[in-house]
Write a protein of this length. Sequence first.
Length: 341
Amino acid sequence: MGISGKLLGGGVAVVAASALAVSTLAGAGSALAAGRPAQAAGPAVVRAGGYQFVEVGSHNDRTFNQLLGINNNGRIAGYFGSGAVHHPNKGYLINAPYAQGDIKSENFPHSVQTQVTGLNDGGVQVGFYSTEDNASGVNNNFGWYFNGSFHRVVFPTSNNNKPTTDQLLGVNDHDVAVGFYLNGSGTSRGYTYNIKTGKFALVTEPGAPTGGKAPALSANAINNAGDVAGSYTTGGGVTDGFLKLAGGAFHKIAVPGASSTVALGVNDNETVVGFYTDGTGGSATTHGFIWRIGGALTTNVDDPNGIGATTLNGINNEGDIVGFYTDGAGNTDGILAFPAF
């Protein structure tokens, strides 16, 4: 189930990786196989790391597309527009075979910016929106879900960031969504939200301090078993990924030698995708990874057309992955990657 996001505005999220940025955080087999892009038509298929990569996105903005979630029917959630002033995020859904005519706009009513970050197999979508597009890049964010109509979601707390920063990033087939909010200190707090009951619950690292001393954490994806993938700040101040099983077991995900690791998507096979950062500052590069329960790790799952900047954002049960990369012209391009049989 897909996840993720940046905050609406401009900075890279610490615990999520799409692009409405403002602040410190930034298909079932046969149905999907039939809808996969044909190699003889459309964008060229390129192969790397055991996957085939195809560029997919809206031509309404050829400079900036991010794909954030994919369900088991091959339906993809994403958006175009960088979030810079006068370049707002605009959400969409896209169905196989992923031509321009297969794209449907999906934007929260009366919003200025919207990202669609996740979707399930039952027609429910989640994301976040902003009523602002400020030159400063600092904009409010509010979570939302769609189940036939749009509904706003904000974690119930009196200790909110100013402006309010709250995002839903993924949803499973039981209509349980995950996301995070920023508290008054600007620290991310991950949570689940049950759409059917309206109940919230915090997602925490077992044994970690609570209250104001709790580490920053974002819940970025959830599968049908209730396992949650995300990222958190460790005791040493490093950002690592995690998979927290419904039974309570907490698995740290850290690519060896990486300066940070962020988990963004998880499927029902407990396969996790995300990105990690090599190096720091101007020399930093980002790469996609695939991690499987038990510790199996595949690194450098990168679009060959990228320039050291690939993010894997969502994965379905077939193993099909969506995300984005930066190309040589500086554009952000959406990608669909599927196993090279």
